[in-house]
Design a protein around this ligand. Sequence first.
Ligand code: UDP
Ligand code: MG
Length: 319
Amino acid sequence: MSNLKPILAIIVPCYNEELCVVSTVERLLEVKADLVHKNKISEDSYIYLVDDGSKDDTWKLISEMHNKFNDVKGLKFIRNFGNQKALIAGYECVRNLGCDCAVSIDADLQQDECAIERFIDKYLQGADIVSGIRNSRKTDTLFKKTTAILFYKLMNILGAKIPMNHSDFRLVSKRALDIMELYPEKYLFLRGFFNEVGLKTEYVTFDVKARMAGESKFNFLKLMGLALNGITSFSVVPLRIISVLGFIMAFVSFIIGAETVVEKIFFHNTPNGWATNIILLCFFGGIQICCLGIIGEYVGQVFREVKSRPRYIKEIELK
Ligand code: UDP
Ligand code: MG
């Protein structure tokens, strides 16, 4: 890195955030001014808002702020593509616009914006990726807390080493963004990707606040989609488990089959085991359907990638 101060781009995905977006941008401009004042980042740093096809006045407010402040830029999707796509679009666009590092943060400022300074400090010390780790999950519902813990545990067992309580609040360097270009997959799972590339990574813990205004834009189905995409795009262990399970089941079936034949031929007392039949039928049936489901998820992943549709479609971009 040269002696020049780095240009920081702060990426904010927004979906129906008319209640938050203005105060969030004002707060982030304060954070920027403070960091510029402390000589940590360049005056040319900016905020980049990605409107993920909002149906409310979010985009109108973003355009107004763009007209008012020249360090507020943004992009609007033609429709809702989801938070991951909004983040990816943000990373791609700020890379094209020019920046030395980029921080992504939620529009409701649930993540502590004051931690950005610590992100920058780590970056200035040479880190390429600085990941935000939640201190606690106090603001989450019990359901979200439990499913999140299960997800991270499962991901780690399956071989995708993602730290617990990881979030999409992170800093990435220009170098990491350049590497992202080499990953053409459409459904890139960012938390897995940034952990996998092997760049120098540092961690910063932060406190999670309650949502500033409005409601969470994530429902159960969206979260489940994110989790399944994370697993199927970063691990093939479930497929391997199925193969092993298949072998074990074939072996057990063979033994049971052999035993039945022996009973029939030598002892002539073919059992009247109705219950055993039903139990075995349900057991094997259940396992088979479950395995088919897992294979189906991977086939779906291949299907979506092979179609190679665009990740997102821009409607307008304000540079
Ligand atoms: N978001 C988005 N597209 C979506 C859903 C959410 O861009 O389809 C944005 C949202 O505006 C916010 C961030 O993703 O900036 C996190 O969403 P939210 O705060 O609703 O999720 P939670 O904090 O409840 O997990
Ligand atoms: Mg939130």
